[in-house]
Structures are given as C-alpha cells and as structure tokens.
Write a protein that binds this ligand. Sequence first.
Ligand code: AMP
Length: 284
Amino acid sequence: MSSPIVRTVGDLRAKTAKWHAAGERIALVPTMGALHRGHLSLVALAKETADRAVVSIFVNPIQFGPREDFNLYPRDEAGDLGKLAEAGTDLIFAPDVGEMYPPGFSTRVNVGDLTDDLCGAARPNHFDGVATVVTKLLLQAAPDIAIFGEKDYQQLLVIKRLVRDLNIPVEIVGAPIVREQDGLALSSRNIYLSPAERKIAPLLYKSIAEIAAELAKGCGADATAEAGRFKLEASGFRVSYVAVRDPGSLKPLHGPVTQARVLVAAFLGKTRLIDNVPVPPTSR
Ligand code: AMP
C-alpha cells in the first residue's frame, strides 16, 4: 500500500490537525529525498516514538550556495515513495518550491553562534537556509517530535538551539549514523563518487575513529587532529576541517579531552563528505 502524499501546507495541516484532535503524537522526519537506509532508520524511530510518522521531501534551494549542487542533487520521488510505503510512513509532505517560497518570500532564520564555524564557515548562508526551512516545516506540520540524524551533527545542534530560542513546542531527537559495512556514512551524495573515490572514501570514518581512540588514550586534541588531517590529505582528500569540539557548544578543545566530538569535512574529487564520531568512542 502506498503512503498518502500531500503537496500543500493546507492539506498537510488538515491531516495533522485530525491526528492531534484524536490525541495522537506526531513525529516529523525532514529529508531532501534520494532516500537510503540512514533516512529509513529515522522513519523507524519516528514510528517507535510516535503514533504517526510524517516524512517531508523537499530539496531546499536556499541552503545551497550558488556554486553548489542544487540542480544536480539526486532526486528520485518514485523510488522514495516506495521505500516510505514499505517503512509504514503515515504521510508524505512533498511541496514544490513555490509552495515553500512564494513570490516575495524574504525571511531568514539566523541562529548565529553555532553556525559561524565548521560547515558554516565553508558554506556561507547554508545554515540560514536550513534553519529557515526547518522552522517552516515545524510550524507547518506541528509535530510533537522531529527526528534528525547525527550524520549532520552541527545541523542537529543548530536545530536544537533554534527550537529552544524560538520556543517552538517540539522535541528534537538525534539518531545515530547509519554506515556501510566498510564504515562510510550513508549519504545521498555518495552516488557522485567514482569507483576509485568510493574505495578511498571509508578512510574518512577510519581516520576520525582513530582520532577518537587516540583522544580516549589521553593524546592532545590539536596534534591528533593535525595528524589525522595529514593522513587524509596524503590519501587524496581535500580536507576542509578535522576538528575536536565540545559536543554541546562546538567550541574548540585543546590538550587532553574527556568528552568531545570529532568532526570532519573533506572533498573527494568534487564530492564533499562529512562525518563525525563521539569521544569516548562508542562501538558501532
Ligand atoms: P538529507 O536528506 O541529507 O537532508 O537528510 C535528512 C535527514 O537524514 C537528516 O536529519 C540527516 O542527518 C539524516 N541522515 C542522512 N544520512 C544519514 C545517515 N547515514 N545516518 C543517519 N541519519 C542520516
């Protein structure tokens, strides 16, 4: 059986209002489509934690830079609908750009602080675009819970902050990263990798897992991160950052650490990959 799909805010609200009136809890999983097992793990969590699982599919133009891959971003609505039906999704919200950003749309949500650094430094305006669309989706769907992957760790913290700062009545839940057998974090962008790049790609996870293990042994943050960056560059990555940060504030940490997050962003050819792991490390 296919899952019902709505394309307008009016139709979305009509459905979710009925569920709320019946006392049901709603979980929202925002996505940009081209769904893989990582996304589907969020849908499974939505179904476990709420009565109704709503998934949005929207490739959000305002979070892409002018030289980024908005036009080329993978889109496969027919494939996504099949996967979401199989996962037991209660409702799919797939608006077009005009529904989300009608003529004259000019508002931006700027979270500040957390968004200045790391991916925010490498991708100016990216987090304003993310914060704006997520704020809209939360107001449109009015979920009780919204689920985001730790894969986009900085994004998860940005969304937690915006919900707190703007008093949006929703619980933000982070879900663990789903990986390939060889450690590569699943991403819609992995299909851009050439066969040769795909072979190198797992080193990204391997290197941050090694950094996390070294840090857990008491090694200093700066030297360990620098050695990791060097190894990645030597393997063919163009590294944007390898960073050891406070897991809550993302502030830089120096010297030995007890609790941290190791975050990396690097290009393989034209493809930008990101990943992160906790310190102390968890087994996967
Ligand atoms: P995207 O479609 O890339 O915008 O991702 C939609 C949601 O899926 C975000 O909350 C991501 O963090 C999450 N996600 C993407 N890849 C993974 C993964 N490998 N494991 C878990 N969650 C993921």
